[in-house]
Design a protein around this ligand. Sequence first.
Ligand SMILES: [Zn+2]
Ligand SMILES: [Zn+2]
Length: 152
Amino acid sequence: MSHCHCGSGRQFDCCCQPLQLGKAVAASPEQLMRSRYSAFVEGAAAYLLDTHDPDTRDDVTEAVLARSCEESRFVGLQIVDAPPPKGEQGEVEFRAWYRQGEDILALWERSQFRRLEGRWFYSRGEIRPAVKLGRNDPCPCGSGKKAKRCCL
Ligand SMILES: [Zn+2]
Ligand SMILES: [Zn+2]
């Protein structure tokens, strides 16, 4: 088993996988966010739908999510801000780095989460301007190397 996609440094089978398999529930919005990022990498579309707030699902379907999993070429996840939740509401700001041609760009989003009957759900996100990874930036894959010596 390799390290979890979410960059926690833990093994996948003790991190995001138990959540995806329904053997555990996320204890915090950050944990849910991490598991959803891993689900995008793994193509776990059913889990993505299952953890999407029913009130904001709109036209999000498993097929739509499966397509975005296939199209995404994620390199790493960076949690920018994960304040403690206020009651049943929580927020996480993250950058999800992905490869596009020769570049690595970040989807930068501040996401809202809601807890319903003890389970956290992703409600919506406010997208921030796209960021391009610099050659001398730390590589988002978590290797500890500069991007130009690693994934870029
Ligand atoms: Zn994980
Ligand atoms: Zn790298």
